[in-house]
Design a protein. Structure first.
Length: 127
């Protein structure tokens, strides 16, 4: 799940889609009904988490830098090297993540509404 009006977040989703060769991921804007249902089901309060949220069905969920690292590791090849950042303590990684998240609209801009996926990408998004 991602901030659907954030330009940085939308670019990150496009980045993941291009590298998701195993078709592992489905996406939902945090503002969508699908995300609302998933968040409620798992008891995740988005007022306390300004982050991308990766839900691993029946297992766990990841936020902030941990979510980004989990996603990056699935791309294979050199992307697996991102795993070295797991050695950096989570609070340090998340401090950097939070700094970017806090300034994302100022630095990258924002849209008035969530992105509408093209017909080719529609299957990658939850309704």
């Amino acid at each position: 799940m991602f901030d659907g009006v954030c330009n940085l977040c939308n670019s990150a989703i496009q980045f993941v889609i291009k590298r998701d060769k195993k078709n592992l991921y489905k996406f939902a804007a945090l503002q969508s009904d699908a995300a609302t249902a998933l968040l409620k089901e798992r008891g995740i309060d988005t007022s306390k988490i300004d982050s991308i949220i990766l839900i691993d069905p029946n297992t766990a969920y990841y936020t902030k830098s941990s979510a980004a690292l989990e996603i990056g590791k699935t791309f294979g090849g050199g992307w697996r090297l991102l795993g070295v950042f797991e050695w950096v303590p989570g609070p340090v990684r998340d401090w950097v993540y939070d700094l970017i998240a806090k300034n994302r609209y100022n630095w990258f801009g924002k849209q008035n509404e969530c992105m509408v996926p093209t017909p080719e990408l529609k299957s990658k998004f939850l309704d």
